[in-house]
Design a protein around this ligand. Structure first.
Ligand SMILES: [Zn+2]
Length: 87
């Protein structure tokens, strides 16, 4: 076995370890990031969303318009629904 081949194999093994380490680090970072994002995004999911009784669009509850116990996306739809459902 020539000595040069041994040296070459040593260098190759060194780079394989470096690349595997880098790939492992990147894979770890990529796996760690969405997990943290999911935790941060959780309050957004727990926010109540309501459905406009007139057009059926979903929107966050704080952006909705409340009228006669119904939720609407805008005052125009609240008025429209009220005109169609006289009580
Ligand atoms: Zn609407």
């Amino acid at each position: 076995m020539p000595a040069g081949l041994n040296e070459y194999m040593g260098k190759l093994l060194f780079w394989v370890v470096v690349i595997l380490g880098f790939v492992g680090y990147v894979a770890y970072r990529l796996r760690a990031r969405p997990a943290r994002k999911r935790v941060e995004g959780k309050p957004v999911h727990t926010l109540d969303s309501v459905r406009c009784a007139q057009c059926g669009v979903f929107l966050p509850v704080e952006q909705s318009v409340k009228r006669d116990g119904q939720s609407f996306c805008c005052w125009e739809h609240a008025q429209k629904w009220h005109d169609q459902h006289p009580s």
